[in-house]
Design a protein around this ligand. Structure first.
Ligand code: NAP
Length: 485
């Protein structure tokens, strides 16, 4: 076996996983580049009040690192970050991470990948036989294009760039957006701020899934009997696949109708004021946007200090938000929970493949990757949670684990010297894209709403098939679909 050199870009959930799995496979020459001074990816960056994960914690865990200490069904963000740090430490890969080092260039030549990084002020270069891009999806904040945003007098920040120095107790706080981030932070803030104004462009389907604590007795049981966690994970996983992951890719499925019925009942039963109820009633299919789970969102927006504003935002002024009806909503703090630029992936890294081809040009219209993992002409570069994967359907940890296993099979070809270069063939890529666009027509994401799942053509940029099919595809690469040099 050749002792290949690996560079992993990003020390988030998928980067930590890659380093651990490469070590397990017997590789020793591994560097993980991390631009920040701490690992954890999305869980390091998102620190807004109320943050948690909408996948149950025992499912949102690595299969090889079950965690008996989860405190809630959906545990809070800081606990997830601590879990990732713990896994990295126990996996012995913390020492492989080069913190504070941003990769800004990846260039392929016959000797492999040249890695351009900025370490401190001096530009450094490194080399790798294989690059694993674990750079995340919901990573680059999307700032809204609203006139006057820079003229607001008070603090204004994105939900993923929370400013913890800003005092919120008693303040008049405005939140733009009603996605998962906004809903979580609204629930956390409503009881502490003086006044809360939620600027809603589109109402959301909300499922009132409870989030019970996992008591000390259950935690002790999981500690003593790890098999109980494995069983719980299996149950949660199959429930999630059946009730959600397989439902969203079949717009006519009864499971999807059930989710919508539950969302409707939640709205009808828990919003008392008929005017507010109509403001909060979605006019599109449940699941078309990311379904939101929250046991107390409706309760939070019905507090006397909370206001749901549905008038379009005209502009931001120094004292607050001016809506289209002319009203000025005076604010002390403005939070932009307006989501992420989901078409970036590795970018802004400059990636130059075989023959000088630039990823930014190849992806000029939209990003794509064969089975979300490999792009033609970019040999020995593999992505975890890359374009067109099941990012909206399932636990991203499970997705990354399946992809990592698949990538290791390709790496094995390199290690054994069966080839020097491996990348998806153009034919396989084209076929995959055609099939993907066709299958997307059956998904709920194409039933008429605006969401971050849709690409520039209005076609979902995510995996449009069942999770079972994803697992089957990841079981083993079909080598005919690859160009082996
Ligand atoms: P998001 O789902 O993209 O929501 C962005 C929100 O901002 C939407 O309500 C959008 O309105 C609104 N918006 C954007 N531009 C606007 C403008 N110019 N004027 C007014 N409103 C504007 O972003 P997110 O909430 O950060 O969530 C992103 C994804 O991250 C989620 O779908 C989920 O996958 C993940 N996430 C998960 C959790 C969790 O596990 N619980 C928590 C946070 C995030 P429109 O709907 O009208 O476009």
């Amino acid at each position: 076996m050749r002792n290949l050199r690996f560079v992993v870009v990003g020390a988030g959930m998928a980067g930590i996983l890659s380093a651990i799995k490469l070590r397990e496979a017997g590789f020793t020459d591994i560097a993980v580049y991390e631009k920040a001074d701490r690992l954890g990816g999305t869980w390091r960056e998102n620190t807004y009040p109320g943050i948690s994960c909408d996948v149950p914690s025992h499912l949102y865990s690595y299969s090889f690192a079950p965690n008996p200490e989860w405190t809630h069904t959906f545990s809070p963000g800081p606990e997830i970050l601590a879990y990732l740090e713990n896994v990295a430490r126990q996996g012995g890969i913390d020492g492989l991470i080069r913190y504070g080092t941003e990769v800004h260039r990846l260039e392929y030549d016959r000797a492999g990948w040249r890695i351009g990084t900025s370490a401190g002020r001096a530009d450094r270069a490194d080399r790798a036989d294989v690059v694993i891009a674990a750079t995340g999806v919901l990573h680059h904040p999307r700032y809204p294009d609203i006139e006057g945003l820079d003229r607001f007098d008070g603090p204004a920040f994105h939900s993923a760039r929370w400013d913890h120095d800003v005092k919120l107790a008693g303040a008049r706080v405005g939140v733009v957006g009603t996605g998962s981030s906004a809903v979580q932070l609204v629930c956390a803030l409503a009881g502490t701020v003086g006044e809360l104004r939620l600027f809603q462009r589109t109402p959301q389907w909300i499922l009132a899934v409870p989030n019970p604590a996992i008591d000390a007795q259950d935690r002790a049981r999981y500690r003593a009997h790890p098999a109980a966690m494995t069983e719980l994970r299996r149950e949660l996983g199959s429930g999630f696949v059946e009730a959600f992951a397989n439902a969203v890719v079949d717009a006519s499925s009864p499971q999807l109708q059930l989710l919508q019925d539950l969302g409707l009942a939640n709205l009808e039963d828990h919003v008392r004021d008929p005017v507010l109820r109509e403001k909060l009633r979605p006019d599109y299919r449940a699941g078309c946007k990311r379904l939101i789970i929250s046991p107390n969102f409706y309760e939070s927006v019905q507090r006397p200090n909370a206001h749901v504003v549905t008038e379009r935002i005209r502009r931001i002024e120094p004292r607050g938000v001016r809506t289209a009806d002319g009203e000025l909503h005076e604010l002390d703090v403005l939070v932009l929970a307006t989501g992420f630029r989901v078409d970036r992936f590795l970018r802004p890294i400059e990636v130059i493949g075989r023959g000088g081809v630039r990823l930014d040009e190849v992806w000029a219209r939209r990003p794509f990757a064969y089975l979300a993992v490999s792009v033609p002409d970019f040999p020995n570069l593999f992505m975890l949670n890359g374009p067109n994967g099941p990012v909206g359907n399932f636990s991203l940890i499970d997705v990354a684990e399946a992809q990592c296993g698949y990538v290791l099979e390709l790496v094995d070809l390199l290690g054994r010297g069966r080839c020097r270069e491996v990348s998806a063939s153009r034919q396989a890529m084209a076929r995959f894209e055609t099939e993907r666009a066709e299958a997307a027509k059956n998904t709920v994401w194409m039933t008429g709403c605006r969401s971050w799942y849709l690409d520039d053509r209005g076609i979902p940029a995510v995996w449009p098939w069942s999770f079972t099919r994803f697992r089957a595809a990841m079981a083993r690469p079909v080598l005919d679909d690859y160009e082996l040099v």
